[in-house]
Design a protein around this ligand. Sequence first.
Ligand code: PAF
Length: 281
Amino acid sequence: MSSMVQIKQADEMQAWALARRLDGARIGLVPTMGYLHAGHLSLVAEARKRADVVVVSIFVNPVQFGPNEDFEKYPRDEARDLEQCERAGASAVFFPSVATMYAPDASVFVTEERLSAGLCGARRPGHFRGVCTVVAKLFNLAQPHVAVFGQKDYQQAAIIRRMVRDLNFPIEIVVAPIVREPDGLAMSSRNVYLSADERQRALGLSRALQAAAACVEQGGAPAADVRARMVEVIEAHALQLDYAEIVDAESLEPVAEARRGNVALVAAQCGRTRLIDNQIL
Ligand code: PAF
């Protein structure tokens, strides 16, 4: 008999969270867009270490998709997700509808203005505004003490930390390591879009990051040289480069000299699928 609670309504979510807080429980939140894989489950495991009860939210957030992006075809499998959450030991799953999350005339949004300027923010206008808005709403609904995000979305995690700092959310943000397939491909719900040939070519992202890490193994290297090496690897895999950058881990500003502790980030189009990956050097 399952003890995992399934919640669809915003007021029910808040009431559940408030009751847990009155019980003295520490609440962990894992925000997701569903179609869960081992990467998401590692976030749930991390949250369970740090909280008494864990809420997984499953919501494909329309506000973070651009007009020509994959909101409609984003993979969804509610029954499988619920089963996986249960097996992972989640206490509650919050899976609201779009109408529950956004009033038709919603007019308040959260914008981060510095860290979101480059990288994915520059290529996906409005994306991080959508992410910050929905994450702020999920924080208000699930009332977590701690929230766990994946390093796979490095820029997103940095922006959420900044939002929590600048808007004084009393929430600890934990960023869990990227979970990779045995051959190095970072796990992503979007990997399901890849054909067999694209799946092979997609390895260009993690290999480009490995090449960047190799460049700084013996000390610093000009970032332009490291970048050129990443571009070479990506193009050798017949991927269409979106960006390859070496940035400061905190400010996300491009560096001139690549050093250990900097972050290498790549984004590329593989057929019709846009993939991202990163590595702390
Ligand atoms: O990383 C994601 O899956 C989403 O951007 C998030 C944080 C759940 C917000 O919709």
